[in-house]
Design a protein around this ligand. Structure first.
Ligand code: NI
Length: 172
């Protein structure tokens, strides 16, 4: 089932999310719903607070080639355990900040540890777009958005645009 995506600014997008201790069917259903919502948007990553659930859960799939098989990843309690000094700059966007993009510089490589949909611990090194995406999504779990990496003027400009968008949506 698709879930509505919260638009910035929203207090739920600023919360530090709580870890998942028991993998319930409800949480697995939430993960499945988030994947459906992400693919439908379409997007390459989504964090639980973006659908109003302040728990440490993200989903992502950065496969871009149409011919390549999808690779949906579900991560409970994801953590960056190591990151490279070398950095990468990507133009980032966010489903909670529609149609706004900005360059953000982050470590190029990250080792991430997480619990998968079956409750098993996983560990993988991500590079390129995958590395940027997983860091962007983990930031959401700590109440941080990609616009927090920008200067105050730019951030305020984008926030005002989103406030206007939300007013328009509320009237519609
Ligand atoms: Ni985002």
């Amino acid at each position: 089932m698709k879930r509505p995506i919260l638009i910035h600014p929203d207090p739920r997008l600023k919360k530090v999310c709580t870890p998942v201790s028991d993998l319930s069917d409800d949480l697995r259903q939430l993960a499945d719903d988030m994947l459906e919502t992400m693919y439908d948007a379409p997007g390459i990553g989504l964090a639980a607070p973006q659908v109003g659930v302040t728990r440490r859960l993200i989903v992502l799939d950065c496969v871009k080639d149409e011919g390549e098989a999808p690779r949906p990843l579900v991560m409970f309690n994801p953590d960056v355990v190591a990151s490279s000094d070398e950095t990468n700059t990507y133009e980032e966007g966010c489903l909670s900040i529609p149609d706004q993009y900005a360059e953000v510089t982050r470590p190029k490589l990250v080792d991430v540890r997480w619990i998968d949909r079956n409750g098993n611990e996983q560990n993988e090194t991500f590079d390129g777009l995958w590395a940027t995406c997983v860091q962007h999504e983990i930031d959401h779990l700590n109440g941080k958005l990609f616009i927090d990496y920008l200067g105050a003027m730019r951030r305020q400009m984008i926030t005002r645009r989103m406030q206007k968008l939300k007013r328009e949506q509320a009237r519609a």
